[in-house]
Write a protein that binds this ligand. Structure first.
Ligand code: MOS
Length: 736
């Protein structure tokens, strides 16, 4: 089905199942431990052996020699695979550095060997016995030190052009009555998902099956085949349950490749879980940024000039963090410029992490807006409202498909009690605590991508949906079941959902907050075909048949849905694909974040007290799982504001705090009351579901709202994340 004109009324609009708060259908399996994650799969023909990954001990240079003899003769060892004996490997399409390094080393903890043994402990023991001699080469590890020589980034697949310019930015900024010129820094972030990257690989002849933890089955089936130099149809990826991804599992990583190579060498199935301390440097991370923002405005708070430049670094051939993306779209101003510069760094690979681009971009832009509002003597909510636009400010002939940013701001301000905020910082106390309120806009784009599904109607009336879509903890199983139930007019208890298997129709996968809208649209397309087949089978006009309560009605008759399956089953398959509606209209999601913090004036300890997100993201398919997505994203935003930072050893070129003891993320005790409001809206330009992404919208702006609240509480402006107490202490007012 091609979606190329705005959606009219369709069966989803009945909202009998879709749009209703629905607990996860996979919840019982998750809570009873019967949902098996990659490492616990038991489907291999024989029990798997254990692979243990050895990571490189230098950031850049060469392996001079590897002495494997002690490892090979250690108890229980079945195989040791290195680049030397692995056979010819290609580099995956999505990997910047090879997943198996040697003799060249591209980054610290790049995998250089996998040891396979009959137990995990023996594999680990043998891996310690490998003796590696390196010849280290100098590398660049400090973005600030190399940023001035960094060239403009090359145009990337989805980051837009490296620079844009409208009007006369330099002239307008120079002559603006009120100006801000400030530089912000965001650090490297780790996805820190609960489930480590893990895979079990089994060969049967030249066919490979990998049970893995992966967000994008179709991409990665192809990429693993490419890396191994075999045909895509010889590779099967299975990933039914995923314990978090956040972008770290968009790609094939070392666990999958090394399980496959280990299994080939050992002649039996092999399981590999990346050790937690390896994940920070072996896998990808969100790259640090340095962002310079210049704003010029009239005295009454109309922006006349917006400039946003961002610097980030990556391995050679890598990609920039596209932190200026939202600045091209969020606020009106006749004179504008954005630019992304990319330095070569020899740190581990940078790549997507939850809301790549907007998440760190909004961390900077929305502090800048707070600073500018203060200079103008304007309330920050009012300042944003005054600079709203209903068209793409760089291409004014393009309207937004929907844009209710102003509603989000107004509703949020009202609900949060924003009018009680004292605009002068460091004025409000509660006992010894300083109290502050902060806010930020939220913005994230809505991406459209092809997605397929198959639906089966059994003679028992059960509808089974099959697609390689993944559920990374987001609730995909549930919204897909809701969609099929709505379309076929049955209850959720009559729907089965099978996901995460490359033998099923290729879907959009989970990433970039595109999963919910696109995967359910693919199911919608397949169900439209199934409805047609059912109607024909029952002798009804497909255009008139209605589906409700397990029955099909048409031509004055009402028949059980199951009857259409006869003695066998009816099967329909289709995919959604899109015309150019997303070129004609800018499709984005909008929101507003409000945060209250308290700060201890003696120690600078920061506690978040309450948070509110108001989101406008088209139809909300399942308010329960959407809320979970948003509160999770808000929590991650608090981490970005106050805790998260991969600390770099700038001499040796690696992330030092590469485990969950050193890389701090919020825990329950850090997160107080969270409130989420979804505007009641649909976006008929987005898809037949009229939905958009919402999961990543929830993180975009949160960190700035926290930082702005800390400023309001203390009067100390921190422009260098995370906002830790050492950056506040010197500027705090005296304790009372
Ligand atoms: Mo998301 S960072 O695109 O999984």
């Amino acid at each position: 089905m091609k979606f190329d004109s705005p959606a009219t009324t369709n069966p989803i609009d009945q909202l009998q199942v879709v749009g209703r708060p629905t607990p996860r259908i996979d919840g019982p399996r998750k809570t009873t431990g019967t949902a098996r994650y990659a490492y616990e799969q038991r489907e291999t023909p024989t029990a798997p052996a254990y692979g243990y990954v050895l990571g490189a001990g230098i950031a850049k240079g060469r392996i001079v020699s590897m002495d494997l003899s002690a490892a090979r003769s250690a108890p229980g060892v079945l195989a040791v695979v290195t680049a030397e004996n692995a056979g010819k490997l290609d580099k995956g399409q999505y990997n910047t550095a090879p997943l198996l390094g040697g003799p060249e080393v591209a980054h610290y903890h790049q995998a250089i060997a996998v040891v396979v043994a009959d137990t995990f402990e023996r594999a680990r023991d043998a891996a310690q016995r490998i003796r590696v001699r390196y010849e280290a080469a100098p590398g660049a590890f400090d973005l600030a030190a190399v940023k001035d020589g960094a060239p403009l980034a090359k145009p990337g697949p989805d980051g837009g052009p490296p620079q844009t310019a409208v009007g006369d930015f330099a002239g307008a900024f120079a002559s603006a009555p009120v100006k801000l010129d400030a530089t912000y820094e965001t650090p490297d972030h780790s996805h820190a998902m609960m489930e480590p990257h893990a895979s079990i690989a089994a060969w049967q002849g030249d066919r490979l099956t990998v049970w893995t933890s992966n967000q994008m089955i179709d991409w990665c089936t192809g990429d693993l085949a490419k890396t191994l130099g075999i045909a895509k149809d010889k590779v099967r990826l299975v990933s039914p349950f995923i314990g978090g991804g956040f972008g770290g599992k968009l790609f094939v990583r070392a666990d999958a490749l090394l399980a496959a190579l280990g299994a080939r060498a050992a002649g039996r199935p092999v399981k590999v879980a990346l050790q937690r301390p390896l994940i920070g440097n072996n896998t990808t991370h969100r790259p640090a940024t340095i962002q310079r923002i210049r704003l010029g405005a009239t005295a009454d708070g109309r922006l006349t000039a917006i400039g946003h430049e961002s610097w980030s670094g990556d391995q050679p051939e890598g990609q920039p963090e596209t932190a200026v993306g939202q600045t091209r779209l969020l606020y009106a101003a006749p004179n504008r410029m954005t630019a992304m510069r990319l330095a070569v760094l020899h740190l581990p690979e940078g790549n997507a992490m939850r809301a790549p681009g907007e998440a760190p971009g909004m961390m900077a832009l929305e502090i800048a807006m707070d600073e500018m509002a203060e200079k103008l003597g304007l309330d920050p909510v009012e300042f944003r409202i005054r600079n709203d636009t209903q068209v793409d400010p760089e291409k004014p002939q393009r309207a937004f498909s929907q844009r209710r940013l102003v509603d989000c701001l107004r509703i949020g301000a009202e609900r949060f009690g924003w009018s009680r905020r004292n605009a002068r910082p460091a004025q409000v106390r509660d006992g010894r605590w300083l109290v502050g309120l902060g806010m930020a806009a939220a913005f994230r784009n809505n991406m459209l991508t092809k997605s397929g599904a198959r639906v089966r109607l059994g003679r028992d009336g059960i509808v089974t949906v099959e697609t390689d879509m993944t559920d990374i903890g987001t609730g995909s199983y549930t919204i897909i079941a809701q969609t099929a139930a709505e379309m076929m007019g049955v209850g959720l208890d009559r729907v089965n959902v099978r996901l995460g298997d490359s033998t099923l129709p290729a879907s959009c996968g989970s990433g970039g907050q595109w999963g919910a809208n696109n995967s359910t649209s693919g199911v919608y397309a397949a169900c439209m075909k199934l409805r047609e087949a059912v109607a024909r089978k029952l002798g009804m006009d497909p255009a008139e048949a209605t589906f409700a309560e397990g029955r099909v009605r048409g031509g004055g008759r009402a028949l059980p849905l199951a009857q259409a399956a006869g003695d066998g089953e009816l099967v329909a398959e289709d995919h959604i694909e899109y015309g150019d509606l997303d070129k004609k209209y800018q499709q984005s999601t909008f929101g507003a974040h409000f945060v209250e913090v308290r700060v201890d004036p003696a120690t600078a300890e920061i506690r978040v007290r309450r948070m509110l997100a108001v989101c406008a993201a088209g139809r909300i398919l399942n308010p329960t799982s959407a809320r979970s997505q948003v509160i999770g994203a808000m929590t991650m935003g608090v981490g970005a504001a106050l805790m998260e930072e991969l600390a770099i050893d700038k001499r040796r070129g690696f992330f030092v705090n590469h485990d969950l003891a050193g890389y701090e993320v919020p825990v329950h005790a850090d997160i107080p009351h969270q409130d989420v409001v979804f505007l009641d809206e649909t976006d008929p330009i987005s898809s037949p579901m009229k939905a958009k992404g919402v999961g990543e919208l929830g993180i975009c702006g949160v960190a700035a709202a926290v930082a702005n609240a800390v400023y309001n509480a203390t009067g100390v402006r921190v422009r260098h994340y995370p906002v830790t107490l050492d950056k506040l202490l010197a500027g705090l007012p005296m304790p009372v």
